[in-house]
Design a protein around this ligand. Structure first.
Ligand code: AHR
Length: 511
């Protein structure tokens, strides 16, 4: 048995849990929108074509903020195509994913869906093929009440009330050579600064996210953030981070330690942003928007559009099956630890958006005309979204360690915790990265005088007859949470035994 000792104390906190940390992402890509959240004619669809079964699952997951409409898609998006009478909207070739965009789902439909789902929209503007004026036109259409060209156009299109979108991404992954309209840091930094400044003249309340690095392994990482922030510091509020992880060549140990990469990425961006702050004698701090993260098996054969020409005769041209990864028990444990990393950095990471919500590397899966279900990775997301309340706690960890090829020595037990003082509820999120041994975790909670009892204890692990590769592809509820037994709490000490390769959550309260 592996062992770990954790210490938590209400005096040692990180920051309040940021409401926007548990966000997700809807891109016009593959089947995220079409046959994902939107499918007119589906038995569960409402009059607007929104899938009711998917909406119900989204409400259970509870993402707080949802980024839209891309992604790489946004760098060629002409937003005017997606508004107004549906029968007059043009079909456009989408260069990012080499599909035909029908524009049957657009700005107004997203706004309706977001309201129904109870999520805050996070809108991205096209700084790939477009620029300042178009971003301003879109903002005027979305947020200005009336009495101007684009606000009156929205009203004429049937949306009397402004969409009132506060959070705006100034482009997407423009550091990447794959991006339509890829730019140098200098070109992008100037464009972001000028666009953001002009947008604030239309709506001073917007919050702006500058494009950061597409991953920590980008050759421009660090220099990109430094230059962009040097040029746009006064205008923007956040800098973005994107990261996708996968298991390479059966190296499960390194894959399970992906949270270590996320820690290092976040800490490096914070250091860079603070160096620019010091150099420029700025008083405000730039916070972080980790607005694309997940497990994504990029090296597996997928249907990824490459250099093949558009084929308008393909029956699924509107919604091809792109990167529909099926997630396993192992992936769910990794996703749990990625969420731990975000939570542990809640003092600077104020926005998180898991990518993506449905079908495309999705928390959820849905079949055209058929059912919708949760993937394994949805469970840690859902539990942490609902149970991480109050203040994030510092976690003192003394854990057995293991050697990884990518990150050296790493803790076997990884954890994050929150303290809801108002309701006297402590939530401990904890993972065992060992593939074959259980972990005995002892938690010193003597500082929490009011806690008297365990309220809930659940775990996600391979059940009997399953292994670490089991997914929900065939049996849609095969992988999920089950009660964690044998949890003891006495004299301010909690004792938990986590099965091999597992992610769990224990809450305690004052009974
Ligand atoms: O989420 C899938 C794609 O990954 C997004 O479009 C892009 O921003 C990233 O490279």
């Amino acid at each position: 048995m592996r062992t770990a000792r954790l210490t938590l104390d209400p005096a040692f906190t990180v920051a309040p849990v940021p409401r926007r940390l548990f966000g997700s992402f809807v891109e016009h890509m593959g089947r995220c929108v079409y046959t994902g959240i939107y499918e007119p004619g589906h038995p569960s669809a409402d009059a607007d074509g929104l899938r009711g079964d998917v909406l119900e699952l989204v409400k259970e997951l509870g993402p707080t903020v949802v980024r839209y409409p891309g992604g790489n898609f946004v760098s060629g998006f002409e937003w005017e195509d997606s508004v107004g009478p549906k029968d007059q909207r043009p079909r456009r070739l989408d260069r990012a994913w080499r599909t035909t965009e029908t524009n049957q789902f657009g700005l107004a439909e997203f706004s309706t869906w977001a309201r129904a789902a109870g999520v805050e929209p996070m809108m991205a503007v096209n700084l790939g093929t477009r620029g300042l004026q178009d971003a301003c036109n879109l903002l005027e259409y979305s947020n200005h009440a009336s009495g101007s060209k684009f606000s009156d156009l929205r009203v004429a299109h049937g949306s009397k009330d402004p969409f009132d979108i506060k959070l705006w991404c100034l482009g997407n992954e423009l550091d990447g050579p794959w991006q339509t309209g890829h730019k140098t840091a200098h070109e992008y930094g100037r464009l972001a600064a000028e666009t953001g400044r002009a947008m604030r003249l239309i709506d001073p309340d917007v919050e702006l996210v500058a494009v950061g690095s597409s991953s920590r392994s980008m050759p421009t990482f660090g220099q990109w953030e430094d230059t962009v922030l040097e040029l746009a510091y006064d205008t923007v509020d956040y800098i973005s981070l994107h990261a996708y992880y996968e298991e390479h060549d059966g190296d499960a140990g390194s894959f399970l330690a992906s949270g270590r990469d996320m820690d290092l990425f976040i800490e490096a961006v914070v250091a860079t942003a603070d160096a620019v702050r010091a150099r420029g004698r700025h008083s405000k701090k730039i916070n972080l928007s980790f607005d694309e993260w997940n497990v994504w098996y990029q090296s597996r054969p997928h249907h990824m559009p490459g250099t093949e020409p558009w084929d308008p005769t393909e029956p699924d041209e509107r919604a091809p099956r792109l990167i529909e990864d099926e997630y396993s028990v192992t992936d769910a444990v990794v996703v749990g630890t990625l969420l731990h990393s975000l939570l542990r950095h809640a003092d600077r990471v104020h926005i998180g958006a898991q990518a993506q919500l449905v079908n495309v590397i999705g928390l959820l899966r849905s079949e055209p005309g058929g059912p919708a279900w949760k993937q394994s990775i949805a469970y840690p997301f859902e539990r942490m979204r609902h149970l991480a309340v109050g203040e994030v706690l510092q976690v003192g960890v003394r854990s057995d360690r293991y050697e990884t090829a990518q990150f050296g020595d790493v803790d076997i037990v990884d954890a994050a915790a929150t303290w809801d003082e108002e309701n006297s509820v402590l939530a401990l999120f904890v993972a065992n990265r060992d593939l074959s041994e259980s972990a005995g975790v002892s938690v010193d909670l003597r500082g929490f005088a009011s806690l008297t009892a365990v309220r809930s204890a659940e775990v996600l692990a391979a059940a009997e007859g399953q292994d670490r590769h089991t997914t929900n592809a065939d049996q849609h509820d095969a992988v999920g949470l089950r009660p964690l037994t044998g949890v003891e709490f006495a004299d301010g000490r909690l004792r938990v035994e986590l099965p091999p390769l597992s992610w769990g959550v224990v809450t305690l309260h004052a009974r």
